[in-house]
Design a protein around this ligand. Structure first.
Ligand code: PAF
Length: 284
């Protein structure tokens, strides 16, 4: 059955309120649409909670800088709704921009610390936009649980922080990154890659994976990052915004991995910026 489509906050809240009265729990999957298997894995995890699932589809202008791809970002609402219908999702929330940012809107949610480096350093506007819209979506829907992918690992950490800091009564659940058979992390932006770039792109995951193996065996971050940088440059990644080894919870840089960590990278293939990350589990 096709999901009910809500474009107003009041209508969404009324539906969620009715489900709650019936004793049902509510799971939210926030997305910017252009749904791929990575999103659908989150949707399946949301459905597994057994209550009602809401998927928001909103390309959030405030997380794009003026020179970024807001205008080009893929938008396929008909395809998205067909996928949600097939997955058995009950509701799609598709607010117009002025429902999220009405005239006079003047509030920004800023998460400090965990957003300072990595994406935050390369894209200074990004986390204010994400934190503001995610806070709004959580307060608009008031779900019991909201699901985020580990692909955007720093975003996940920032969302956990804001939910804890603002006492938003919602559990945050993470789902592992979904990859193509050759290892490339699924992303709506993969559609921008030329055929040649698409062939080179899986090298990113390969390099992060061998860096993680070296680190978990006691290698230093400095050595892993130096070798990883050389390998990425050799594979045609013309620009590296960052390649870093960080504590998995605080995202503070680590020199040796003695607690769960993550190797995180943002790199460019031509005009396309790819991000990815992998876990590092210390051995022994
Ligand atoms: O990860 C995304 O798709 C977006 O950053 C999110 C969480 C939906 C906020 O716009």
């Amino acid at each position: 059955m096709a999901p009910s489509v809500f474009d107003s906050i009041a209508d969404l809240r009324e539906a969620v309120g009715a489900w709650r009265k019936d004793g049902l729990t509510v799971a939210l999957v926030p997305t910017m649409g252009a749904l791929h298997e990575g999103h659908m894995a989150l949707v399946r995890a949301a459905r597994a909670h057994g209550g009602r699932t809401v998927v928001s589809l909103f390309v959030n202008p405030s997380q794009f800088a003026p020179d970024e791809d807001f205008g080009l970002y893929p938008r396929n609402p008909a395809d998205d709704l067909a996928k949600l219908a097939e997955a058995g999702v009950e509701a799609a929330f598709m607010p117009p921009t002025n429902a999220i940012y009405p005239p006079g809107f003047a509030t920004t949610v800023r998460v400090e610390g965990v957003t300072d480096g990595l994406e935050g350093a390369s894209r200074p506007h990004f986390f204010d936009g994400v934190a503001t819209v995610v806070t709004k979506l959580l307060l608009q829907c008031l779900p019991d649980v909201a699901l985020f992918g580990e692909k955007d690992y720093q975003q996940l950490v920032a969302v956990r922080r804001l939910v804890a800091d603002l006492d938003i009564p919602c559990r945050i659940e993470a789902a592992p990154t979904v990859r193509d058979d050759d290892g490339l992390a699924l992303s709506s932006r993969n559609a921008y890659l030329s055929a040649e770039e698409r062939r080179a792109a899986p090298r990113l995951y390969e390099v992060l994976s061998w860096m993680a193996a070296a680190l978990s065996e006691g290698g230093t971050s400095a050595e892993a990052v130096a070798n990883g940088t050389a390998a990425l440059e050799g594979a045609g990644f013309a620009r590296i915004d960052y390649l870093a080894v960080c504590n998995a919870e605080t995202l503070a840089p680590v020199e040796r991995v003695t607690a769960p960590a993550r190797v995180l990278a943002a790199v460019w293939l031509g005009e396309t910026r790819l991000i990815d990350n992998v876990p590092v589990i210390p051995v022994g």
